[in-house]
Write a protein that binds this ligand. Structure first.
Ligand SMILES: [Cu+2]
Length: 66
């Protein structure tokens, strides 16, 4: 399992948290948003999932991975 913390701009409320965490879940990853720190900690299987796909899923929800 790969464990990574991404800095993400634009998340501000519970809706953002569920949008991001839900998108990651759909990919088969597990994500945890920290609104105060503006980070998303993601756990995923690097043999099944590319980091680019994770970033794209977050950006598809309207947030910016920085
Ligand atoms: Cu929100």
């Amino acid at each position: 399992m790969q464990h990574i913390t991404l800095k993400v701009e634009g998340m501000s409320c519970g809706h953002c948290v569920s949008a991001v965490e839900g998108a990651l879940k759909e990919l088969g990853a597990s994500g945890q948003v920290d609104l105060a720190a503006k980070t998303v900690t993601v756990q995923y299987d690097e043999s099944k999932l590319q980091l680019d796909a994770i970033k794209a899923a977050i950006e598809d929800q309207g947030y910016e991975v920085v």
